[in-house]
Unconditional design. Structure first.
Length: 286
């Protein structure tokens, strides 16, 4: 898919499982299980899907998936499956070497978004992309270093703090146009200072919405994760950005939906829902 000067490529990095109740908050299981079936441990499947933007000069990776070097207990709890796709394998399939990545945009610092930002060799931690600069919101970095008891399990410090120690983690404040056609949008419902990535030109817009809308089923406004620190803020953010998506015909890119990669949105008397869904980019569909 092409937007402006950028070629977009999907980077699949495996799947994980999280508790269905946590993923859907106050919504009763008989409702959410229709679209997101649970396993015997009540976990629903999540993709760990990233995006590459290339324009000849820059290769920009958005988020890094769960990454590797986790112990057996972690893999068991989160039902981690990277047998089909890892971050590096998917990059290789796209013809990209890690040292070619120039920029890594981290939407936020939860382990399933930043786990692949580093690699482990000989009991030492190194940036996974040695020639890249990494970007995250300053408030998110500060929160990740001093989280609440409620959400501290979502942050694994050795997956992001070494980037700061290396001096390659840029801490963003305020409104931010990352590059012509790439805008970073700050939201605060899921965690403080998450950033979505809006890629657009005169005819097309794609929104990498990270954890504002994890699954296509989360188009329904009441479907808000139990993980969200400010769920009522999430509700307002969803209303704002889904309304814009309908009005301007945006393509929504899902980081976590295990089946649907992209969708467009419509508004009906019952609320927001998927207008068209795609298992790749819309341009790739026959």
């Amino acid at each position: 898919m092409k937007i402006g000067n950028y070629k977009l490529s999907i980077i699949e990095t495996g799947t994980l499982g999280l508790d269905g109740g946590a993923m859907f908050g106050v919504v009763p299981k008989p409702l959410w299980v229709r679209t997101n079936p649970a396993d015997d441990s009540n976990r629903v499947k999540l993709a760990a899907r990233n995006l590459i933007l290339e324009n000849g000069e820059r290769k920009i990776l958005i988020d890094t998936g769960v990454g590797a070097n986790w112990d057996d207990k972690f893999k068991r709890i989160y039902n981690l499956d990277q047998s089909k796709n890892t971050l590096f394998d998917s990059l290789k399939t796209s013809g990209i070497n890690p040292d070619q990545i120039t920029d890594v945009i981290l939407t936020h610092l939860h382990f399933d978004h930043t786990g692949g930002a580093v690699i482990f060799e000989d009991n030492k931690i190194f940036p996974a992309f040695p020639n890249a600069r990494y970007y995250v919101r300053k408030k998110q970095f500060e929160w990740a270093n001093n989280p609440s008891d409620r959400d501290k399990g979502s942050f694994v410090k050795d997956r992001f703090y070494p980037l700061y120690e290396e001096g390659i983690l840029a801490l963003i404040e305020g409104g931010h146009e990352f590059e012509e056609g790439i805008e970073l949008l700050e939201i605060n419902g899921h965690t403080f200072s998450q950033q979505m990535v809006k890629i657009s030109d005169s005819s097309k817009t794609l929104l990498y919405c990270a954890d504002l809308i994890p699954f296509a089923s989360h188009f329904h406004i009441p479907y808000v994760m139990g993980y969200d620190l400010q769920p009522l803020i999430t509700v307002l953010e969803k209303k704002e950005y889904l309304a814009r998506a309908v009005k301007e015909n945006w393509i929504i890119f899902f980081e976590h939906d295990p089946e649907i990669v992209c969708a467009t949105v419509e508004s009906t008397e019952k609320g927001f829902s998927a207008k068209e869904t795609f298992k790749g980019f819309p341009d790739d569909q026959q």
